[in-house]
Design a protein around this ligand. Sequence first.
Ligand code: BG6
Length: 490
Amino acid sequence: MAKLVPVDVFDLIIFGGTGDLAMRKLLPALYHRDRDGQFSGDSRIVAVGRSAFSHNDYLAEVEKSLRDNLGNGEFESAHWGNFRERIHYVEADALAHEQWGALNELLNGKEDRIRVAYLATAPSLFGPIAKGLDQNGLITDNSRIVLEKPLGRDLASASEINNQVGECFAENQIYRIDHYLGKETVQNLLALRFANSLFEPLWRRGAVDHVQITVAEELGVGGRIEFYDRVGALRDMVQNHLLQLVCLTAMEAPSSLHHDAVRDEKIKVLRALRPIDAEAVRSNTVRGQYGAGAIKGATVPGYDDELGGAQSSTETFVALKLEIDNWRWSNVPFYLRTGKRLKDKHSEIVVEFQDVPHSIFPEQKFDVMPNRLTIRLQPDEGVKLSLMAKEPGPGGFDLRPVSLDLSFEETFGLRYPDAYERLLMEVLRGNPALFMRRDEVDAAWQWVDSIIEGWEQSRQKVETYVAGSWGPTASSVLLDRDDRAWYPDS
Ligand code: BG6
């Protein structure tokens, strides 16, 4: 386990403290960090919500959620006894700043500690909450604000939110979360690329045939359908998580791990993405929506059924062919796909290298396959290198694909921390490297906006796919047209 660096005493204020994100992700992450001894002194977690909970009611909710969301055996009554002491609940309406008396009272006199406002709320509240903190005099030199995604629904709305928050907080106090950047394997991509010299000479056109990025989920939209129906997979997943994975895969080596050095390189990739305009959307993008089907034997309803029979054109699946116009990646396509209610929960980056220029092994049972480097983000985080090898035996010369397969969990023998554990600690330490800078968010929206416009202009329809499949047929056709196929083949 990497060394635990304790964080200085803090007050972490979670707006949206009764919401799904706070209960399922933030509080379990904080519980883990506290249990490992990373919190100092009487650091506090202040949950703000509109529900009329008493302090004890709220603690009961948190306890239930920890029991439900922590892994097997991770909830320890003895530690809960300590952790609960850190939690305070404040009933307040984020929009009625004059009613923030209880919050003021709790924070007054604690100006010397690190103060983090975590906005786990709808993005429309980001500006008003920042203003409320300002008007109540709650922003100190040690303050930071964390903004959850989605940050707006296009460049214009994201700019408006950024401007509103920017009136109250300096850019270096603003932490825009993309939780994929907190995933261990995503950070491992940096280690793999820049702590090993093996890959660098091959990490480019001429050696790489193409790159595939898949983020597949088994889950449907569930209780978030009202929100999701206004958003769709392109805004929910591609604009942030998948583009961040593209950046980390495609960027040049930064001069250091300094946050601006890393983010300067990422933004160059975003700016080099070839726009997918109205003409290109038909050939380079696929939109799908799940119909009824079965996942691992269990029947599941279609998206429209979940919407109560209403017809919706929101996509729950997107596949894209993306080109990066720079020297390293010229003519090396990146294929991206993400969707809900797919066959498996599985996320990976596959770098496929070029074919051997000439095969000296005729008449093989198995064709000579191009080498592939697969970086598995979840489940079973790890790296796999697919190679061709000779089958053992004295007769003939038969080849077979084999792989060098490394599972990080097995290798390090550790529980893999959730992304939020890492990200929350980085905010408390004041290190923004794993967060998105404003210009990054803007560049990502600018690229995504042109696809949204293209879809609108070309009236591109959503194609229904059966829940439990790998998405619409058009997604396979996207690669098939280029003589390629998704891994796993689908
Ligand atoms: C969130 C999206 O950002 O990421 C969700 O809003 C999605 O729709 C989730 O389910 C996926 O995250 P993970 O960590 O489970 O891959």
